[in-house]
Design a binder for this molecule. Sequence first.
Ligand code: XIL
Length: 302
Amino acid sequence: ATTLGAAAQQSGRYFGTAVAANKLGDSTYAGILNREFDMVTAENEMKMDATEPNQGQFSYGNADRIVNQARNQGKRVRGHALAWHSQQPGWMQNMSGSALRNAMLNHVTQVATYYRGKIYAWDVVNEAFADGSGGGRRDSNLQRTGNDWIEVAFRAARAADPNAKLCYNDYNTDDWSHAKTQGVYRMVQDFKSRGVPIDCVGFQSHFNNNSPVPSNYQTTLQNFANLGVDVQITELDIEGSGSTQAQRYQTVTRACLAVSRCTGITVWGIRDSDSWRASGTPLLFDNSGNKKAAYNSTLDAL
Ligand code: XIL
């Protein structure tokens, strides 16, 4: 195969990218998107602030541009994200208690219902665990509504779109020995044991030289998969350049392919210049849209 998507399909997987609605008119960008990728995540357009800018008033224009473009091109869509402490609309940021709990649940229900049948997998909850050595939840307005906020969000999402896979998504959960990884693992284990509807765990996998791809990355993916969930690499980018970066992309790709329930990989942008990172060259295409060494090593590993 000569494209990332077609190569991933050889093993029944997908290869996706984050997409920004305001770049769809850029012909270099759209050309690479349409050629290479078979899964799409809206980089910002499906987040809470974008889809419910005023309470009870939903806004889907930019998200729809991405979803429709993807589906017209035969691509699938990962929904990102229904509930998150970050990128909340202003009206939600200062809410608390049952009013916030109900607003969050209404948001999950409304957005998942609007896109019912069009989403392969939803990041139902994003980044709910704390960094550091505790292994517990991150403090947030949502967390302060009660520890069960995550499971009620998953139940609401399942009721709204029964056929979408429902994922928990986070970063710094790649190293098996990390307390945060263990905390998420215990939550997923608990959800599975109690029948809380969860189908997948997303590993954002934003790597740099201070937090490189851990040597036990494949072990982490496999251990989560062994709980009975799919695992997905959801926001991959790797700082660096040249052969070092190429090798790291290959390591990540091989880890996914070695885990039968690792169903796909998404990179967080197309060209280096599309990256959310303030500096560096973390993606598979250079600023002009040329394939980098990291592209070739990734394609070779698929
Ligand atoms: C980032 C986007 O790429 C930026 O454009 C935006 O300004 C901030 O959010 N984890 C996530 C993503 O789950 O939603 C974030 O995306 C990157 C970190």
